[in-house]
Design a binder for this molecule. Sequence first.
Ligand SMILES: [Ca+2]
Ligand SMILES: [Ca+2]
Length: 429
Amino acid sequence: MHPLPTMTSTQSRSRGLRAASVVCLALGLTSTIPAFGEAPEGTKASRLPKAATRVAYPNLRFDRPVALAYPAEDPSRFFVAEQHQAKIWSFPSSPRDGSEKKLFLQLPDPINKGNEEGLLGLAFHPRYKENGQFFVYYSANDGPERRSVVSRFNVSSDDPQKADPASEKRIWVSDVDKWENHNGGTILFGPDGFLYITLGDGGAGGDPLSTGQNPKDWFGSILRIDVDHPAPGKAYGIPADNPAVKSKSHAYWAPEVFAIGLRNVWKFSFDRQTGDLWAGDVGQNLYEMVHKIDSGGNYGWSIREAFHAFEPQRRQKADPASKIQPPLAEYPHTPTADRPDSGLSITGGYVYRGEAIPELKGCYVYGDYDSGRIWGLKYENGKVTANGEIVDVTPRTKLNITSFDETPEGELLILAFDGRIHELVPASD
Ligand SMILES: [Ca+2]
Ligand SMILES: [Ca+2]
């Protein structure tokens, strides 16, 4: 499905740590690649509580739901985006046993419907109540050239439960994207009021265009734009503290680029308490990874895959603006005795700030689309102090997790390809 890694011939290549380090030295990369460090053990979860999943809205079903959002000022209705139907539905957020849902928007333009394509992102303007604006990210089907689009729509002037399909304004359009995979797709407003966009490295496998370390193109990045103060002749502005604007060392970066070295961040989120940006980055053939993303940061793709060398010999050099930051955590595709908790495609989640599972407060919760496993990661004083599975997933309860979403109370909802909205609850429930 969506961010499923592309299996290529790289699968069979040796990635021994020692061999990779030698290659780095040979290329003179040591100044920009710090020591690899140790990947934290992933299964020690003694300080983490056990949780479970259950269906949150038993009478609602959706077709390939991939994003849930709602206006911050009015969470009385939630909105769910269907990937290939290109529809956004709204429904009352409570009570949970309702069956009413209303079609808010059918995207007016045709979309591409590859496995990782479609209507992928939805974000309401922080002042939606005032301006009626919301934003979508989708894979446009405009002709032979493939592109991703962020469009602004307005709510209908005479029906608050319907969008106005004629109001579409494309505010950001990607460069030509040769491949149908690795399109990222999440858009979110940060606590700073700017719109963040993740678009993946373009696709195929192994970063054939070397977009990951190229900060002048948008691919392989998270972007940050100002939709409220467009520059002359443009549909958006560049925040004054974006890396290329504020930092001399990043002056050659594309102005929109916030962070680089990311392969395919399918989901990212902001910690509602700290404002930190957390991302799940889908790896190539061996590892999935969790990053905490800083402005101007470089997360290593495609020199590295998680804590490991990927293709250092193919790259001329790492982007010199900032040192490569390793992930906070990784997990393998292939289970081992030490790491049975594997998966194939990470779905980044949220730092839990709810009340239902008190021991989980402050932990970053993330999952895997393929294995359905769900982990919690505790990050304290700059260190990962716990990281492990928090749900005992069985074949009966396994979900193909496409998205974690946060309720106004900070509880976590989970979208899955069984078409349902689930929730994270204490294991004893
Ligand atoms: Ca692509
Ligand atoms: Ca790039």
